[in-house]
Write a new protein. Structure first.
Length: 87
């Protein structure tokens, strides 16, 4: 599993408004991952260029740390606006 796959994702609408032909919505989402890196991930440039990923790889696999997974939690609120097209 690569770090870009998220096994748990939650979306919910916080606010929405429709007025004439315009709309506006705020969507809130949460993503959680157990952040498992393997040897194939570290051989890719996008992971190997950052020390953070290499450190995480070692910490995950060092037997004196008990092989505990890293939990990554991310949240964001995104505003979406636009116009209704009736064509």
């Amino acid at each position: 599993m690569t770090a870009l796959q998220f096994p748990c994702t939650l979306f919910k609408s916080q606010k929405w408004m429709i007025e004439n032909d315009r709309f506006r919505a705020v969507v809130h989402y949460k993503v959680q991952d157990h952040f498992g890196l393997d040897v194939d991930d570290l051989s890719k440039f996008k992971f190997s260029q950052f020390h953070f990923f290499r450190i995480c790889f070692v910490l995950q696999r060092y037997n004196q740390f008990g092989f505990k997974p890293f939990m990554t939690n991310m949240e964001a609120a995104v505003e979406i606006t636009g116009f209704r097209d009736e064509s």
